[in-house]
Design a protein around this ligand. Sequence first.
Ligand code: PTJ
Length: 254
Amino acid sequence: MPLIPKSHPRAKSLFIREKLVTGFDNGLVAKEGLLAHGRGEAFDYLLGEKTSNTAKLAIKAAAAQILLANLVVISINGNIAALCPKEIAKLANTSRAKIEVNLFYVNEKRKQNIIKSLKKNCVKHILGTNPKLSVTLPGLDSARRIVDKNGIFAADVVIVPLEDGDRTLALRKAGKIVITFDLNPLSRTSQTANITIVDNVTRAIDLLNKACKKLSKTNQKILKKIVKDFNNKNNLSNSIIEIRDNLTRRLSNA
Ligand code: PTJ
């Protein structure tokens, strides 16, 4: 008998949780990553565990921004490596993005496990692995400050799923355009990024891939208009309103 029956009313959420636990057992995820996932789950619950129209707007803006970029880098941490390595490989292909491993709870063994796992999932070229190419991102004290000279340091657009607020601010100060996936619309990362996709990365990443494909033939003028028309602050407010409305519905159903 499987531990989580498919018929369980919360099976989807429990399967995602299992990916994190397996990632932890395989040495990809930090202990703290399990806690970070729990916080995400709580917000996902409040958001109704579905991709909202607000998130879809952010996904479209993110795709346009990615297609307009000179150099896109996707920053990989333990949670992302455990949750969606195949989808990350696909996004790197469709958007010509580079992939860089960058950990908050820095640990060389875990980094090597993540690199191995990414390679198994068809990621060919991984940055953040050659100490000779390490440079420091100014204005940051955490281990995330060490970045690759040819990767995050050189990028004009950086995708930072499940990120801590300090680096988002440092990246913005360094003139980068920051795209994030964060289920918590109140987090510092959400509030500081240029484009915040308030959705579970496990749902939104495929939608971002599809949006990149769909817009790939769109001319630059239209892509620029999509980005210009997107307002992150308004979008975040709408995500908070969605949570409020979900709670209000619960109250009236009680
Ligand atoms: O592997 P490391 O060492 O780089 O560490 C990675 C973690 C995630 C532990 C580290 O970056 C961290 O501590 O992150 P925070 O500050 O806890 O922020 C993570 C954010 O991601 C929180 O706002 C969560 O709500 C959100 N989150 C968690 N799971 C998901 C998520 N957002 C989207 N999809 C998820 N599945």
